[in-house]
Structure formats: C-alpha cells, structure tokens
Design a protein around this ligand. Structure first.
Ligand code: MN
Length: 405
C-alpha cells in the first residue's frame, strides 16, 4: 500500500492513508452518514458513493455502520482498496476533494448500533492485581483463568460515543466496617482502559466461530472505557458478576479501525501455559502491539501495552461462540482492563491507587484514589501501521458529572 496521500496529513495524527477508520458523523440540519477519517478531515462516503466514485452503497447514507458491517469482508476490502486509490492518486483529487469536511465541522456519533456487549478479563496483570487486592490470602488467579477467557455480559443500551458526559451513578453500597448498606452516589468511580472489537457478519445458531474465521466476521477495533463504580460492584457482585456497578455507562471511540489496518501491528502474544483446549488454539499470532495512554485532566497517568494481553481477540471470539450462541452484527467485545507489570501500566484507578491505599498525585498537586466530579478521562492508542507508519485508534473521552439528586 502506498503511503502518500494528496491530502495533507500531520505525521503525528495517526490518521494517514494506512488507517482509514470508519465513523458516523452529522452536520447541523443534515442526516447522519458514514465517513472515513483522513488527516484532519472526514471523507463523506455517502456523497462519494452518490457520485459513483465508490461502489454505490446505500449503507453509507445511514446513521450507523451496521449496514456496511454486515456486507462482509470482500466489501470491506474492496472499499478500503478503492479509498486508498482515490486518496493517493492525484488524478482523483479534483473529484474527491469537495467531499472532504474538516473534522472540527462535524459531530461524531456512536458509530454502530451495539447488539450485545461482552466484556472480558483478559489481562493477566489486571487479573493478578485485582486478585491480590480482593483475595490477599488466596491465589491471585482463579483456577479457570488460564483455561478460558473469563467475561461477563454487559449492557449494550448504555454504550455511548466518546465525549458523552458520564453522570456519577448512585446505588447501594456497603463501606468496609459498616454493618449496613446505604444508598448514595458512588464514592469509588473508576475507568477501565480497554480495546474492543465489533462483529459485522453474523453467525448461525449452533455453529461456533473458530479463531481462524476472525477476519470473516470482525469489522474493526475501537477503544473502550468501561466505567465502573467499585463500591456498587463489590457489594452487588456476591456471588454473580457485575450489574449496576458497570451498566450505567460504557464509552467507545467514534472511529472504528478496520482489522486490515492493524495487520502490521500483529505480534506474538504471551506464551500460554497450560496449552488451551483445541477450540481456543490459533495458528496465527494475534497479539496486537497497541500502546495505550490514559490521561486524567490531560495528564498521562498510565501507559498500558495491549501486546501483553494473555487471551487474544480471536480466542475471545471463539470462546464467546463455542456454545453455539450466534454472533449478531454490532456485537461488541471488549478486552477487559489492559494492565502491564509496572505501576504506570495499570489501566484503572483500582490498581493505580491499589484500592485507594496509594493515592495518585496529579501535577496540580491534588491526589486521586478514584475519580472526582469534573475529572476528564482520555484513553488513546497508537499502533504500527503499514509502510512504517503509526496509526491512531480514535480517542475515547469522558468527563464525570455530579450525581443527580
Ligand atoms: Mn471492564
């Protein structure tokens, strides 16, 4: 793939022609439609298809990516190759340029309708740290952890696009040492820095999706912030999994990076010992060399690396469908908190502050154990792209607003 576009692209933006992530945008008074990011612009695919420059797909004149996501791998690859041609061949410039809109002139919306939402727990460092925090006397990892990718079903209806305000949730919690539970705003609001993938092509009930079929079903990747109210979560999750402590909000980036754009980022994942059951084995290495960065109020507080994740996306997909549950277009699978071995690689406040015992000092002199009202959390990520480039996963941002009375 040639790497030079006639569109002026800031080298550090990560939105060169090697990336071309899809999103849904609108302008005042206009219907939402599908676009692709290039440099500081959005290329309007609805307009482009109406002029015949890309294959006419009604799905681009749509308020979600779902219609394009269901079209399948051949359609995705054909469209991507055509976009590269249009954006690198100077002879198309005159006809394509009128359909470039400065990204600052548009509103970026939730890119797809989320069908189901599953959140995994696939970072060994995160699992070990939470195990040490909550079960100091026991083994940090539960006996199933290295046998299958542990997960819970989340709430698709509260998956919001980046920028959506996060209202501090209220609920029932019991503070340690207090014999009675009480109701009120969460006092332990947290973020979780994660990477998600979204399914495009559905599967048939009763048939599992093997790891090798990952590219046939999965459209692309997003960044995810799985907001978590630790006090609600701790009290309610006995003995079942997260419920209200997680279901109030999950934020996703507004750009969906195609699987093809991340091929150059594939690396060998950590060695799995014990060797997983055959349905979880994958011939290809599917670790991803994504460098995440978490900022609170603009200050970097963590730099987790996705390459250290124990379970890979194809393994997660194979596991999620092994019981024959069919995949639906828009199914979102998040990785679980991405954490590394170092303190500054921990992907949530629970770990960064060690459950509140080791407050984090911010540059303005204030301390954080968990999030305060007014705090803005930004998660971003970079990866190697083709031709030696760097590509960016669109950032996911959220600001904490006070609990409603
Ligand atoms: Mn999570």
């Amino acid at each position: 793939m040639t790497s030079v576009s006639w569109v002026e692209v800031d080298e550090n933006s990560g939105f060169g022609v090697e990336n071309l992530p899809y999103g849904v945008f609108s302008r005042p008074g206009e219907l939402p439609r599908v676009g692709v990011a290039i440099g500081g612009h959005v290329l309007d695919l609805a307009e482009l298809s109406s002029t015949g420059l890309v294959e006419d797909r009604r799905c681009f004149a749509s308020g979600s990516l779902n219609a394009f996501m269901v079209a399948g791998r051949t359609a995705w690859e054909t469209n991507r190759a055509r976009l590269v041609e249009l954006l690198t061949d100077e002879s198309y410039r005159e006809r394509v340029e009128p359909h470039l809109i400065p990204v600052t002139d548009v509103e970026l919306l939730r890119p797809f309708e989320v069908a189901d939402f599953v959140d995994f727990f696939s970072s060994e460092h995160h699992a070990m740290n939470t195990g040490r925090i909550f079960r100091p006397q026991g083994e940090p990892l539960t006996p199933n952890w290295k046998r299958l990718p542990v997960a819970y079903h989340g709430r698709s209806g509260t998956v919001f696009p980046s920028g959506t305000p996060i209202i501090r949730p209220s609920g029932q919690r019991r503070t340690p040492g207090d014999p009675e539970p009480s109701y009120g705003p969460s006092m332990r609001l947290d973020f979780e820095a994660e990477v998600g993938f979204v399914a495009g092509v559905p599967s048939v009930a009763g048939h599992r999706v093997p790891a090798e079929a990952f590219r046939d079903h999965v459209f692309g990747f997003v960044l995810v912030n799985d907001w978590s109210a630790r006090d609600l979560q701790a009290w309610e999750s006995q003995p079942l999994g997260p419920f209200l402590g997680k279901s109030f909000a999950t934020s996703v980036s507004t750009w969906v990076v195609p699987v093809a754009a991340l091929e150059p980022a594939r690396v060998s994942p950590p060695v799995q010992d014990p060797v997983p059951l055959p349905y979880l084995r994958s011939e290809e290495p599917w670790g991803l060399d994504l460098h995440l960065e978490v900022l609170i109020n603009g200050q970097a507080v963590a730099r987790p690396r996705f390459a250290s994740m124990y379970w890979t996306p194809p393994q997660q997909l194979a596991h999620a469908t092994v019981n024959g549950a069919p995949l639906r277009t828009g199914d979102l699978f998040a990785s679980g908190t991405v954490s590394g071995p170092e303190r500054d690689q921990r992907g949530c406040m629970l770990e960064l502050s060690w459950n509140g015992q080791e407050p984090l000092e911010l540059a303005d002199g204030t301390e954080r154990t968990f999030l305060e009202d007014g705090d803005t959390v930004t998660i971003r990520a970079q990866a190697p792209g083709s031709s030696g480039s760097r590509i960016t996963l669109g950032e996911v941002i959220g600001t904490v607003h006070p609990a409603r009375p």
